[in-house]
Design a binder for this molecule. Structure first.
Ligand code: MLT
Length: 313
């Protein structure tokens, strides 16, 4: 009957704007990726997608907000490896990392780059390590909070390079990058999606890549793996989620819209410029994303336990 409000069905969904929660500050890697994917999905779904930056606590604040939202497809979350690492690093999470989300699909994967402000007098990785060692805890290193990718990278650098940084937490690496450029922060480990444009612009100085292979866009930049730190690897992977209990037909519709975005040549070209790789076709749907989340929870539990890191509240 006309005039009566109808419940959400796969046919009418979405009939109002969707909110996409980015669990880190604006201007950083998750934000850049969220806006890129969100724009395409918005066009496919014929609805506005509003980006809401809910930074804090290594991305767990934004994840908690999503887990509490109505499971109707109108609140989504873009998140990365920190969702998995947080399961071990936080003692009192208000959600179950594996059970409280419906994965819609995997998006991309890519490395991080160790970078510093240009004012630092070091030029190579060896010089940088030497300088950090000599400075005691004097070199400031930005992170997006416990469990974030930049924090995990920091944790692994400290353990494997046998150095100590003065860790400065931010709500995301977007604002940390701004401080690096202006010279208020000394060093950072950030995804290529955020670091490549600044490296190419000469605004920050790169030292090494956290992948086992070099990055095509930065061919002269060595990996840590080839620089005397065998198997040093931090790889980010992003996925899109809805709250647990979202109807399957809505999950399918959102997942299909994500798939359209990941086949868009303009998005793929942008991914390539930013040194990040789309998840392979056929290996990135909801089931694959759930399996990835589960395996990464187990992987980071092992890495964090082996490193002797004490969980936080
Ligand atoms: C961000 O978007 O700010 C980053 O992904 C945070 C991080 O280092 O994990």
């Amino acid at each position: 009957v006309m005039g009566l409000s109808m419940p959400t069905t796969a046919q009418t969904f979405p009939d109002r704007p969707i909110t996409l929660i980015v669990p880190f500050a604006a201007g950083g890697p998750s934000d850049v990726l969220g806006r890129l994917i969100g724009q395409s999905m918005s066009a496919t779904l014929g609805q506005t997608i509003l980006i809401e930056n809910v930074g804090g606590a290594g991305g767990t604040t934004g994840a908690a907000r999503t887990a509490r939202a109505a499971p109707d497809g109108y609140t989504l979350l873009i998140h990365h490896l920190a969702l998995a690492a947080g399961a071990t690093l936080y003692r009192n999470l208000p959600y179950d990392t594996v059970k409280d989300f419906e994965p819609l699909g995997l998006i991309n994967q890519g490395p991080y780059v160790i970078v510093s402000k240009t004012g630092l007098e070091t030029r190579t990785l060896a010089e940088f390590i030497e300088h950090v060692k000599k400075s005691g805890r004097g070199i400031s290193f930005g992170t997006a909070g416990v469990g974030s990718g930049s924090h995990l990278c920091n944790m692994m650098l400290q353990a494997q390079l046998k150095v100590q940084f003065n860790e400065i937490p931010y709500r995301g690496t977007g604002p940390a990058m701004n401080d690096l450029i202006s010279g208020q922060l000394d060093a950072l480990c950030d995804q290529t999606t955020n670091s490549i444009p600044q490296i190419q612009g000469g605004r920050i100085r790169p030292y090494a890549v956290t992948a086992l292979q070099r990055v095509e866009q930065l061919p002269n930049l060595p990996t840590l793996h080839e620089s005397g730190f065998p198997n040093f690897e931090v790889t980010v992977w992003h996925a899109l989620y809805a709250p647990r209990g979202t109807p399957d037909a809505v999950v399918q519709k959102l997942s299909a819209a994500l798939e359209v975005a990941l086949k868009d040549p303009a998005i793929l070209a942008r991914f390539a410029d930013l040194g990040t790789t789309p998840y392979p076709v056929g290996e990135r749907g909801p089931a694959a994303a759930r399996a990835k989340l589960e395996s990464e929870v187990a992987k980071w539990r092992q890495v964090i336990t082996d490193s002797g890191f004490t969980p936080t509240n």
